[in-house]
Design a protein around this ligand. Sequence first.
Ligand SMILES: [Zn+2]
Length: 412
Amino acid sequence: MKKRPKIYLFDVTNRDGVQTSRLGLAKLQKTMINLYLNEMGVHQSEFGFPATHHETNYLNANLELAKKGVLKPIILSGWVRAITHDVELALKLTSIKHLNLSISTSEQMIRGKFQGRKGPEDIIKVMTAAVRLARKKGIKTVSVNAEDASRSDINYLIRFAAAAKECGAERIRYCDTLGFDDPLTIYERVYQLARAVNMPIELHCHNDLGMVVATSVMGAKAANDAGCDAHINTTVNGMGERAGNADLVSVILALKYSSGLKDKYLLDEKVNLSGAWKIAKYASYAFGVPIPINQPGVGANAFAHESGIHADGALKDRRNYELYDFEELGRGEAETIETGRKITAGEYSGIKGFRNVYEKLEIRFKDDKEATRILELVRYANVHTQKPLTNDELCFIAKYPNIARKIFTMSP
Ligand SMILES: [Zn+2]
């Protein structure tokens, strides 16, 4: 009997999220996001750009964490253009084993970007050469991104995907790059594509028309209905180019609790929401972007009731006005904020204040030498993040000083 298809989560905060205009993350912050995603049971993290030099140490350091079993079972994969040059460079600079290769497939973009230098058939040629090379060089999973898939001719898209599969690509990424699809169009198109090529489909959707979570889950439903696994691309708090990507927490909530999906589709059993509150708060702090008050699950008002009828109803039985419990998302604990003296750790910290910070975290150092060594790393970390380090960041540095050093090292 054929296995029932599943829906996996594939977060792209560390790729699409950080390439957003005006926003970015320090390499330590990207590392923390990977750790939190792993805790939440996210299947895969597109954790960066292996053909970009300033990412090299961060990427290799995170691959080391994977080797040590710290970033496990999450799969770490990189994004490159679907050209042999990028595949070669990625393999030269990093020890990456999973890649997404990206190239445009719509008439608009082929015409508008390549300006007559490349036609649709050339695109397939360039892409298949890159896939073949990646497979030959030992890349374990190759996924091919059809950029602007939602505006691409469906028959061309099917040919493109079939050619990718033929050369050893495991998956195809259906990119709704401009957020052009609606839930029904993406369902129909992805269903047709999945039926024709019979391979796992990634859904990469954008929010330009305000439908990103709906298009993402309906695309996944289509892939599953056609008998194929689906991998939904998400970002924490929906960060991403322009109006953003599909918010990680909202996507999980939609799959678990909406009337048409709940209990009908198989969400990867590793996924859990217990870290939802933590990752949303952290990403908000790291990006410097507040969580909207009405954000599903993690917004300040997501479980707030005031009007008479609602408050009364929620107090009598929470199910009257809540589809899911705040406890499931890791909410509910009171937060303590130091309102008196507080010592923070930063790039100009000295040893006394620094020891005070770590004592509060109940981390002790072997000797002064070790303390000085960690202090130096904390200073470097702060040079990168430019904001007080969080407790988890401080713990990470103390626990994995050699990895941290690598992450902070950049030589232009
Ligand atoms: Zn995107």
